[in-house]
Write a protein that binds this ligand. Structure first.
Ligand code: ADP
Ligand code: MG
Length: 249
Protein backbone atom coordinates (compact mmCIF):
# COMPACT_ATOMS: atom_id res chain seq x y z
CA UNK A 1 0.00 0.00 0.00
CA UNK A 2 1.51 3.35 -0.95
CA UNK A 3 0.90 6.31 1.32
CA UNK A 4 -1.56 8.76 -0.17
CA UNK A 5 -0.59 12.42 -0.05
CA UNK A 6 -3.27 15.04 0.54
CA UNK A 7 -3.49 18.81 0.28
CA UNK A 8 -5.01 18.99 3.75
CA UNK A 9 -2.68 20.37 6.38
CA UNK A 10 -4.15 17.83 8.81
CA UNK A 11 -5.75 14.52 7.90
CA UNK A 12 -7.07 12.33 10.72
CA UNK A 13 -8.24 8.84 9.76
CA UNK A 14 -9.64 5.98 11.81
CA UNK A 15 -8.28 7.57 14.98
CA UNK A 16 -9.14 5.56 18.08
CA UNK A 17 -7.92 5.61 21.65
CA UNK A 18 -9.09 3.16 24.22
CA UNK A 19 -8.62 3.67 27.97
CA UNK A 20 -9.12 0.28 29.64
CA UNK A 21 -11.55 -0.74 26.93
CA UNK A 22 -13.42 2.57 26.93
CA UNK A 23 -13.11 4.29 23.56
CA UNK A 24 -12.75 8.00 24.36
CA UNK A 25 -12.11 8.64 20.65
CA UNK A 26 -13.69 6.14 18.31
CA UNK A 27 -12.77 5.80 14.62
CA UNK A 28 -12.53 9.52 13.97
CA UNK A 29 -12.05 10.96 10.47
CA UNK A 30 -11.60 14.65 9.82
CA UNK A 31 -9.65 16.92 7.51
CA UNK A 32 -8.48 20.48 8.09
CA UNK A 33 -7.53 22.94 5.36
CA UNK A 34 -4.61 25.33 5.55
CA UNK A 35 -5.62 28.66 7.17
CA UNK A 36 -8.85 27.17 8.37
CA UNK A 37 -10.27 27.81 11.84
CA UNK A 38 -11.87 24.51 12.82
CA UNK A 39 -13.93 24.60 16.00
CA UNK A 40 -14.66 21.41 17.91
CA UNK A 41 -17.74 21.42 20.13
CA UNK A 42 -19.64 18.79 22.07
CA UNK A 43 -20.82 17.85 25.56
CA UNK A 44 -18.39 17.27 28.44
CA UNK A 45 -16.59 13.96 28.06
CA UNK A 46 -17.16 13.87 24.28
CA UNK A 47 -13.42 13.40 23.70
CA UNK A 48 -12.50 16.93 22.54
CA UNK A 49 -9.44 17.40 24.75
CA UNK A 50 -8.35 13.82 24.05
CA UNK A 51 -8.28 14.60 20.31
CA UNK A 52 -5.85 17.47 20.96
CA UNK A 53 -3.80 15.19 23.28
CA UNK A 54 -3.55 12.66 20.43
CA UNK A 55 -2.51 15.25 17.84
CA UNK A 56 0.21 16.77 20.04
CA UNK A 57 1.55 13.36 21.06
CA UNK A 58 0.60 13.55 24.72
CA UNK A 59 -1.61 10.48 24.37
CA UNK A 60 -0.75 7.49 22.17
CA UNK A 61 -3.42 6.40 19.71
CA UNK A 62 -4.63 2.81 19.90
CA UNK A 63 -5.09 2.84 16.13
CA UNK A 64 -5.51 5.20 13.21
CA UNK A 65 -3.48 7.89 11.56
CA UNK A 66 -2.80 11.61 12.04
CA UNK A 67 -1.05 13.21 9.09
CA UNK A 68 0.26 16.75 9.45
CA UNK A 69 1.57 18.01 6.09
CA UNK A 70 1.66 14.35 5.09
CA UNK A 71 3.90 13.43 8.03
CA UNK A 72 2.59 10.73 10.33
CA UNK A 73 2.38 12.15 13.88
CA UNK A 74 1.21 9.04 15.72
CA UNK A 75 4.76 7.67 15.76
CA UNK A 76 6.47 10.95 16.70
CA UNK A 77 7.47 12.18 20.16
CA UNK A 78 5.82 15.26 21.70
CA UNK A 79 8.93 17.51 21.23
CA UNK A 80 9.29 16.41 17.61
CA UNK A 81 5.63 17.21 16.95
CA UNK A 82 6.27 20.72 18.31
CA UNK A 83 9.32 20.99 16.03
CA UNK A 84 7.19 19.84 13.10
CA UNK A 85 5.02 22.93 13.67
CA UNK A 86 2.17 22.01 16.01
CA UNK A 87 1.55 24.28 19.03
CA UNK A 88 -0.91 23.57 21.83
CA UNK A 89 -2.51 25.75 24.47
CA UNK A 90 -4.07 23.99 27.44
CA UNK A 91 -7.34 24.78 29.13
CA UNK A 92 -5.84 26.67 32.07
CA UNK A 93 -3.41 29.48 31.31
CA UNK A 94 0.11 28.38 32.25
CA UNK A 95 2.19 31.52 32.06
CA UNK A 96 5.16 32.17 34.35
CA UNK A 97 3.46 34.39 36.91
CA UNK A 98 6.66 35.83 38.42
CA UNK A 99 8.01 36.93 35.04
CA UNK A 100 6.97 39.95 33.00
CA UNK A 101 5.02 39.75 29.76
CA UNK A 102 8.28 40.50 27.91
CA UNK A 103 10.14 37.70 29.73
CA UNK A 104 7.34 35.19 29.16
CA UNK A 105 7.52 35.88 25.42
CA UNK A 106 11.32 35.89 25.48
CA UNK A 107 11.64 32.41 27.02
CA UNK A 108 9.12 31.10 24.50
CA UNK A 109 11.22 32.36 21.59
CA UNK A 110 12.49 29.19 19.87
CA UNK A 111 16.25 29.76 20.23
CA UNK A 112 15.81 30.55 23.91
CA UNK A 113 14.71 27.03 24.66
CA UNK A 114 17.64 24.71 24.02
CA UNK A 115 20.28 24.34 26.73
CA UNK A 116 22.89 26.12 24.64
CA UNK A 117 20.35 28.62 23.40
CA UNK A 118 19.60 29.54 27.01
CA UNK A 119 23.24 30.08 27.95
CA UNK A 120 24.08 32.00 24.83
CA UNK A 121 20.80 33.85 24.65
CA UNK A 122 21.16 37.49 23.70
CA UNK A 123 18.42 40.04 23.50
CA UNK A 124 19.19 40.69 19.87
CA UNK A 125 17.28 43.48 18.09
CA UNK A 126 15.60 40.76 16.06
CA UNK A 127 14.28 38.99 19.16
CA UNK A 128 13.13 42.23 20.76
CA UNK A 129 11.33 43.26 17.55
CA UNK A 130 9.56 39.90 17.39
CA UNK A 131 8.50 40.15 21.07
CA UNK A 132 7.11 43.64 20.47
CA UNK A 133 5.29 42.50 17.34
CA UNK A 134 3.63 39.59 19.18
CA UNK A 135 2.81 41.76 22.22
CA UNK A 136 1.03 44.22 19.98
CA UNK A 137 -0.96 41.45 18.33
CA UNK A 138 -2.15 40.07 21.70
CA UNK A 139 -3.13 43.55 22.96
CA UNK A 140 -0.36 43.67 25.58
CA UNK A 141 1.99 46.35 24.19
CA UNK A 142 1.32 48.57 27.19
CA UNK A 143 1.92 45.72 29.63
CA UNK A 144 5.33 44.49 28.40
CA UNK A 145 7.00 45.09 31.76
CA UNK A 146 4.03 44.05 33.89
CA UNK A 147 4.47 40.90 35.93
CA UNK A 148 2.19 38.23 34.46
CA UNK A 149 0.65 37.67 37.89
CA UNK A 150 -0.98 41.10 37.67
CA UNK A 151 -2.72 40.49 34.35
CA UNK A 152 -6.43 39.73 34.18
CA UNK A 153 -7.43 36.14 33.47
CA UNK A 154 -8.21 37.12 29.88
CA UNK A 155 -4.86 38.85 29.43
CA UNK A 156 -3.11 35.71 30.71
CA UNK A 157 -4.94 33.70 28.05
CA UNK A 158 -3.75 36.19 25.40
CA UNK A 159 -0.20 35.98 26.72
CA UNK A 160 -0.29 32.23 26.39
CA UNK A 161 -1.50 32.54 22.79
CA UNK A 162 1.43 34.95 22.28
CA UNK A 163 3.85 32.39 23.75
CA UNK A 164 2.64 29.96 21.10
CA UNK A 165 2.65 32.53 18.29
CA UNK A 166 6.26 33.52 18.91
CA UNK A 167 7.22 29.95 17.95
CA UNK A 168 5.39 30.35 14.62
CA UNK A 169 3.62 26.98 14.65
CA UNK A 170 1.76 26.25 11.43
CA UNK A 171 -1.03 24.58 13.41
CA UNK A 172 -2.24 26.12 16.68
CA UNK A 173 -4.56 24.17 18.94
CA UNK A 174 -6.45 26.08 21.62
CA UNK A 175 -8.53 24.43 24.33
CA UNK A 176 -11.34 26.77 25.47
CA UNK A 177 -9.40 30.02 24.91
CA UNK A 178 -12.20 32.36 26.02
CA UNK A 179 -13.21 30.52 29.20
CA UNK A 180 -13.48 33.08 32.00
CA UNK A 181 -13.24 36.06 29.65
CA UNK A 182 -15.50 39.11 29.71
CA UNK A 183 -17.76 39.82 26.73
CA UNK A 184 -15.39 42.54 25.52
CA UNK A 185 -12.37 40.24 25.84
CA UNK A 186 -14.21 37.51 23.89
CA UNK A 187 -14.91 39.94 21.08
CA UNK A 188 -11.26 40.99 21.00
CA UNK A 189 -10.16 37.36 20.99
CA UNK A 190 -12.37 36.63 17.99
CA UNK A 191 -10.60 39.45 16.12
CA UNK A 192 -7.23 38.10 17.25
CA UNK A 193 -7.95 34.54 16.05
CA UNK A 194 -9.25 35.77 12.69
CA UNK A 195 -6.03 37.74 12.30
CA UNK A 196 -3.87 34.74 13.29
CA UNK A 197 -5.67 32.52 10.75
CA UNK A 198 -4.25 34.60 7.91
CA UNK A 199 -0.89 32.96 8.62
CA UNK A 200 -1.72 29.83 10.61
CA UNK A 201 -4.22 27.01 10.81
CA UNK A 202 -6.19 26.56 14.02
CA UNK A 203 -8.18 23.96 15.90
CA UNK A 204 -10.20 25.52 18.71
CA UNK A 205 -12.32 23.79 21.32
CA UNK A 206 -15.09 26.09 22.49
CA UNK A 207 -18.51 26.13 24.16
CA UNK A 208 -19.70 29.70 23.62
CA UNK A 209 -21.80 29.38 20.43
CA UNK A 210 -21.79 33.11 19.80
CA UNK A 211 -18.00 33.05 19.81
CA UNK A 212 -17.97 29.87 17.68
CA UNK A 213 -20.13 31.57 15.05
CA UNK A 214 -17.74 34.54 15.00
CA UNK A 215 -14.58 32.53 14.37
CA UNK A 216 -15.36 29.12 12.83
CA UNK A 217 -14.98 28.31 9.17
CA UNK A 218 -16.22 24.83 9.97
CA UNK A 219 -17.50 23.12 13.13
CA UNK A 220 -17.02 19.49 14.11
CA UNK A 221 -19.44 18.20 16.75
CA UNK A 222 -18.13 15.34 18.87
CA UNK A 223 -20.30 13.02 20.92
CA UNK A 224 -19.09 9.89 22.70
CA UNK A 225 -15.82 9.93 20.79
CA UNK A 226 -17.48 10.10 17.39
CA UNK A 227 -18.44 12.84 14.95
CA UNK A 228 -22.10 13.69 15.31
CA UNK A 229 -22.19 16.48 12.73
CA UNK A 230 -19.87 18.69 10.72
CA UNK A 231 -20.31 21.83 8.66
CA UNK A 232 -20.78 25.58 8.84
CA UNK A 233 -21.67 27.06 12.26
CA UNK A 234 -25.15 27.79 10.95
CA UNK A 235 -25.73 24.30 9.60
CA UNK A 236 -24.54 22.65 12.81
CA UNK A 237 -26.61 25.00 15.00
CA UNK A 238 -29.80 23.88 13.27
CA UNK A 239 -28.98 20.16 13.16
CA UNK A 240 -31.64 18.31 15.21
CA UNK A 241 -29.12 15.72 16.47
CA UNK A 242 -26.82 18.50 17.72
CA UNK A 243 -29.70 20.30 19.40
CA UNK A 244 -30.74 17.07 21.09
CA UNK A 245 -27.38 16.04 22.58
CA UNK A 246 -25.72 19.39 23.06
CA UNK A 247 -27.30 22.74 22.30
CA UNK A 248 -30.66 21.94 23.82
CA UNK A 249 -29.13 21.60 27.30
P1 ADP B 1 -13.98 16.67 26.65
O1 ADP B 1 -12.72 17.46 26.50
O2 ADP B 1 -14.81 16.56 25.42
O3 ADP B 1 -14.82 17.13 27.81
P2 ADP B 1 -12.16 14.50 27.30
O4 ADP B 1 -11.43 14.32 26.04
O5 ADP B 1 -11.45 15.25 28.37
O6 ADP B 1 -13.58 15.15 27.01
O7 ADP B 1 -12.56 13.09 27.88
C1 ADP B 1 -13.26 12.11 27.13
C2 ADP B 1 -13.42 10.87 27.96
O8 ADP B 1 -12.18 10.18 28.10
C3 ADP B 1 -13.91 11.15 29.38
O9 ADP B 1 -14.81 10.13 29.75
C4 ADP B 1 -12.63 11.08 30.20
O10 ADP B 1 -12.90 10.69 31.52
C5 ADP B 1 -11.84 10.01 29.45
N1 ADP B 1 -10.38 10.20 29.57
C6 ADP B 1 -9.67 11.23 29.08
N2 ADP B 1 -8.35 11.06 29.29
C7 ADP B 1 -8.23 9.87 29.94
C8 ADP B 1 -7.12 9.10 30.44
N3 ADP B 1 -5.86 9.55 30.30
N4 ADP B 1 -7.38 7.93 31.05
C9 ADP B 1 -8.65 7.48 31.16
N5 ADP B 1 -9.74 8.12 30.72
C10 ADP B 1 -9.54 9.31 30.11
MG1 MG C 1 -11.97 19.19 27.53
Amino acid sequence: MSPTNTDFILAVEGLTVSFDGFKAVNDLNFYVDKNEIRVVIGPNGAGKTTVLDLICGRTQATSGSIKFKNRELTRMSEPNIVKAGVGRKFQNPSVYTDLTVFENLEISYPSGRSVFGCLAFKRSPEVIARIEEVAERIFLSDQLYTQADLLSHGQKQWLEIGMLLIQKPELLMLDEPVAGMSVAERRQTAVLLREIAKEHTMIVIEHDMQFVAEIAHKVTVLHQGRILAEGSPDKVKHDPKVIEVYLGH
